[in-house]
Structure formats: C-alpha cells, structure tokens
Design a protein around this ligand. Sequence first.
Ligand code: PFF
Length: 446
Amino acid sequence: MAAPRGEFSSRFGFLMAASGSAVGLGNIWGFPTNTASNGGAAFLIVYLVLTFALAYPALMAELIIGRHARSNAVTALKTIATSNGSKLLAVTVGVVGIITVSFILSFYAIVSGWMIAFFFDPLARLVGMDGLSQWLTTDTAVRNSIFVVVFMVMTVVIISAGVKDGIEKWATRLMPSLILILILLTLYVFTLPGAMDGLRAYLIPDFSRITDPQLLIDAMGQAFFSLSLGVGTMLVYGSYISKDENLPVVGSLVALLDVGIAVLAGLLIVPAMYVALANGVEIFDESGALIAGPGLIVSVLPALFNNMGSIGILVASAFFILMTIASLTSSISMLEVPVAYSVENHGVRRPVAALLIGGTITIISLIIVFNFDPLFDLVVNFTTERSQPLLSLFICIFAAWIWKRNDILQEIKSGCPEAENGIFWKIWPFYIKFICPVAILVVYFQ
Ligand code: PFF
C-alpha cells in the first residue's frame, strides 16, 4: 500500500514552498550580475516581459498537470497521455527530468557548500581562529567535500519529514527570514559610499542592448532556471496544492515573488559591488565587464566585508546565511522530484528514498568536486542550457497538444469556477500551444 500523499496545509505554505524553490542562487547571484552586464534596466524589462509572457505560462502548465494528476512527474505526464506513443514520451520526459534535476542538485550543492563555509568564516575570525578562517575561505577539494555533505544532510533531513512537516514547515520559516535579511542588508548597503553608482549601473537602461540576441538568450535562460521549470519541481509541488486553490492566482503570486526578490537582490548586489569598488576592490574583469562568476561571491564581496571592520562580520554572516537559505529552499524542491517518484511508483519509504537518493547525489557532487575543471561547467551547461529548456518544451506540448482542452479547463475551474470567462483562459491556451514552444526552440537553437 502506498503511503497517503502529502498536501500543503495553506495557500501561504504553498507560496513559501514554491517561491522557495524559485528563489535561489539564480535570483541573488545570477539575476543581478546578468542585469548589470546586459544593459541594466533594459535587461530587467526584457526579463519581466519574458517571465510573464513565457515562463509564467510554462509554470502554469506544470502546476495544472501536477494538481490534476496528484502524482510525481512521470505518472502525471502518463495520466494525460492518450496513446502508447505519448505514454512512452511521458515516461521519457519524466525520467529525463528526474535525472536532470538530480544533476542540477549535484552542482548546486557544491556552490551551496561554499556559502556555508563562507558563513562560518566571519565567526571563526570573531573568535580569533585565523587558521580556520584561512581554511574556510581557501578553495580546496577537502573543504568543498565536507560542506557538500553538510548541505546535503540538511536537504535530506527536511525531505525525509515529508510535505507538511518538512518542505512546508521549513519554507514558511526560512522564506520570511530570507526576505527580512535581504531588505535589511539592502538598506544598510544604500548608506555606504559608492552605492548610488551601483544603483545607476543597475537601473539606468541601455536601450541599445535591447535587441541584442545575447540579452534575449540570457533573459530567457534566467527566467526558466529561476522558476525551476522543466524538471518536474513545480509539477510535483502543484500536485500538493488543494483542489480549492485558484491556480492562475497562486501561479502568478509565485512568479511575482520570484521576480520581486530577484529585483530586490539586484538592489543589494550591484550597489554592494560599487561600494567594494569605492573601497579599492577590483570589480571588473580583464574585458571590462563586472565580475560575475564565483569570484563575485567568494572574493569581491568577502573583500568588501573585510574592509568594513567589525560590522563586516555581522554583514558577512547575514549575507551568507541569506545565500544558504536561498539554496536550501531550492535544493529541497529538487530532491523532492526523485523522492516523490520512488515513494509513489516503487513503494520506497520516504526517509529511505531521501537517504538513498540524497546519498547518490552527494557522491556525484563529490566526483565533480574532485574533477572540478573538466566536470563542473559541463554539468551546469548540459543540465541548464540543454536539458531544462527542452524538457520545458515537452511539458508545454503535453499540456497544449496532448491533454484534452476540456480536461484542462475542468482542472482550472476547480478552485476558480469562473475560469472559463476569465482573461487567463482566453490567453493561456494559445500561449502554451504556439508561443512558448516556438520561443523556446528559437532560443535553444541560438
Ligand atoms: N530556481 C532556482 C534558482 O533560481 O536558483 C534553481 C532551481 C531550483 C532550478 C529547482 C531547478 C529546480 F528544479
């Protein structure tokens, strides 16, 4: 007998969990640097348009399919498939999604481990343990392995506890803390010299860039990664939403929270970089672009915090706890995808599934840690640039071309009885059928 399925206990619980999945390193690290290096507010405008015109419809496809089938991604896609061919496609898309999200988690855990190490660094300095501080901030395979394991243990513990007692409980604690820390840090950085230059670099639009294909590609990649699309995360979270919930509304709230927190993170990161510049820290690379890679988080910002004196210790801890929270609420959503599948389709007990799958992903992370140069970028690019957009494309195809239109409407009407006459139903089916697949393909082949 399969264990009874979990369900989020409230709209707030779902919103915190789903926005927790969406808000991650992609928002706080990826979005601000993408914006600053792609024409400031010009990127922001394109990003907003793409999020609401393309990523939101794709998000809705996942939420609607998930809630209709009330199951993990593989079974959910199979439920709406009508022929043997489409059932085979359903299993393929579901399983490739599970593999992709597991590999995303394997690199995400490494970066999240850095965040934990950098969180402990100011504490080590506070108590005068300079040797430990040196060890925590030096990029070694041993340090990275230890913190990958720490991060994965936290992820596994939360997922073992289930939907309500694990995911929802922790997301509702962590997400409000994240928003509070982000606002406090931003306000503090605004008071420092140089911050206004950063604000200008972040917000003043360079409209000459708006037609740049690279800007479009970056904005679309950012939008899909940020909303955790394609790999079944949102589909599985959708399967835990109550049938009384108004899906178009909760979906748009998730997208708004995701975008809102990304924009807010930009107000922190880009001004903080210019404050660092005013403190003599190098923030541009050889080509004159803002440093955006790991150097930003593990060298530019720590250099700034070090220059701040004793308050720097507090600011650094707050910043890295913020990054760790953002990572954790995303990583639990990733691990939930394979765990839900194993629990529902193979009868494995949840804690056992979480431990076995979490353990396997940790081993993959460790293999990447010890072979960083050949493997890290390869895994990141393959999962986020190749696999994720194609999977999203197939989920749109399932929702628009394979599933019966009337069944979709019935699902949306549950919790939103007036849906048939609403604006969502007038626009979304067309978007998901034509615009989303074509746009994803165009960007993919760029
Ligand atoms: N949305 C997360 C971020 O912006 O960092 C990343 C992510 C989470 C991607 C969950 C995929 C996923 F399934």
